[in-house]
Write a protein that binds this ligand. Sequence first.
Ligand code: 1BO
Length: 310
Amino acid sequence: MTDKTYTLNNGVSIPALGLGTWQSAPGKVKSAVSHAIRSGYRLIDGAYCYGNEDEVGQGIQEALASGGVKREDLFVVSKVWTTYNTRIEAGLDKSLKDLGLDYVDLFLVHWPLLMNPEGNHDKFPTLPDGSRDIIRDYNHVDTWKQMEKLLGTGKVKAIGVSNYSKRYLEQLLPHATVVPAVNQIENSPALPQQEIVDLCKEKGIHIMAYSPLGSTGGPLTQAEPVVKIAEKHSVKASTVLLSYHVARGSTVLAKSVTSERIDENKKIIALSEEDMKALNEYSDKLTAEGKVQRFVYPPFGVDFGFPDKS
Ligand code: 1BO
């Protein structure tokens, strides 16, 4: 288990490895979260739109009740859903209620767009007629201004963003009194997002990587350089892919509801410069060929300005 942590731009400490809960099967999330915490994970990543924050909260409570871990040892992440982007504190309160917590360690803007608060958009935004019920007259900087106000409430330790491209960060930063502590993005050697990563590094914004094993249908665990590095270190390909982010100075989110896999995912290793060179060359090749793999293709019919729109 890596006990590596980073320090965010506001001095708050964040673990290098976290348990992801996006797409975790209902009914299995509570035990996964509880197991993860009891086996050493300290970061649990969730969001209102994952539809399981109540279970995440139950898992946290179960682990705390089992002793040995205190709330202040944990780093709990939530994200405000797009239907709440003009009423941020209400979105936070909803998540806190579901989690059964009085604060989260990190609260993120999940996507920089506004969906109809009255719409049926708890998860993904397709209306019965196939259209997207997005409110176009919306400025994501206003959402960030509301996020900044949360810091005075005691309900969050740090604030940040998720799925922000370089373009969106460049729109936001000149107006930000508080620079986002984090940008959580889909990231893997098959989707390096290097422009975003470089900008975030320059601005002191920590990267959290989700979908580290790459997209379905393009199994990154079988990519030649990944397999070779795994063989060299006698580890699983997934270990290489998780370790890649820690070598890049990012936090990585490993999603699983299976105890064995949750335990397996703790085995972060130190990749060598040579390993990283091979993985970076692989990324460069995919980028040059226009073959980067996006798992979460922005599902909103909005051009977010991601540089790698393959
Ligand atoms: C739409 C969910 C992406 C990961 O948070």
